[in-house]
Design a protein around this ligand. Structure first.
Ligand code: ZN
Length: 200
C-alpha cells in the first residue's frame, strides 16, 4: 500500500522532506498547505512551509501530507519529483557504476529515517534495522539488467522516477520500466518491481 507506514515511531529527516518538497517547485505553495496542516515545518511570512533539514518529522504525518499532494498533482508530477532526487544528491566515491548506485538507494533510504530515535542504518558497522521496507537490488546474471523490488510506503510513480534518475547518473541511456506483470502498490499490492536495462 502506498502512504501507509510499516511500523510505529518512524521519523524522516527534514532534508529528505525538503528534497521532495523542492521537487514540487511551482506547486510548493500547495505542498506547504498540506505540510503545515500535518504539523511539518513552520510558515514563513509568505505562508510557505520552512522545513528544518536537521529536524526529524513523523513519517506518518509526512506520508499523509505526501498522499494529499500526490492526489492533487498526479503520477506525471510524482515521476518528475522522483527524478529530481538523485540529480541533487552527492555520491560518495565508492559509487562508481549503476550497480552500486541502485544498491545505494536502500542505504540512503535507511540513513534518512529513524525508529524510536535510533538510526536505521549505522555506516560504521553497516548494520541495517527494519521498519520502513526496502528498495531492492537484484542483478540479472549475464545481462545488463537490474530488478528492483520496492516494498516501501512511497508511491509507485515516485519510486519509478527515483530509480530511473539514479540509473541514468551512471548509464545515461538506461531504461527503467514498471513490471506490470508483478503486484503494484497503486493497486493495493505490497511492492512494485522496476526493470532497469542498458547497453554498453
Ligand atoms: Zn507500481
Amino acid at each position: 500500500m502506498q502512504f501507509v507506514p510499516f511500523a510505529e515511531g518512524i521519523e524522516v529527516n527534514g532534508q529528505t522532506v525538503w528534497a521532495i518538497v523542492d521537487g514540487f517547485k511551482a506547486f510548493s505553495v500547495l505542498a506547504s498547505t498540506y505540510l503545515l496542516k500535518e504539523g511539518i515545518g513552520t510558515a514563513d511570512k509568505q505562508g510557505v512551509a520552512v522545513v528544518d533539514p536537521k529536524a526529524w518529522y513523523s513519517q506518518r504525518a509526512w506520508l499523509r501530507a505526501f498522499e494529499q499532494i500526490a492526489t492533487q498533482l498526479g503520477d506525471t508530477v510524482l515521476l518528475e519529483i522522483g527524478k529530481a532526487i538523485p540529480r541533487n544528491a552527492i555520491f560518495p566515491d565508492s559509487i562508481q557504476d549503476i550497480h552500486a548506485a541502485i544498491q545505494s538507494i536502500d542505504i540512503a533510504y535507511h540513513i534518512n529515517h529513524r525508529r524510536q530515535g535510533q538510526p536505521l542504518f549505522d555506516p560504521a558497522t553497516g548494520r541495517m534495522r527494519e521498519g520502513i521496507g526496502h528498495y531492492g537490488y537484484t542483478r540479472v546474471p549475464g545481462e545488463k539488467k537490474i530488478l528492483s523490488v520496492c516494498e516501501n510506503p512511497y508511491p509507485c510513480a515516485f519510486d519509478n522516477g527515483l530509480i530511473q534518475a539514479m540509473a541514468r547518473r551512471f548509464e545515461p541511456f538506461s531504461r527503467t520500466e514498471h513490471d506490470d506483470t508483478q503486484p503494484c502498490r497503486k493497486r493495493g499490492g505490497n511492492s512494485c518491481t522496476y526493470i532497469v536495462t542498458w547497453h554498453a
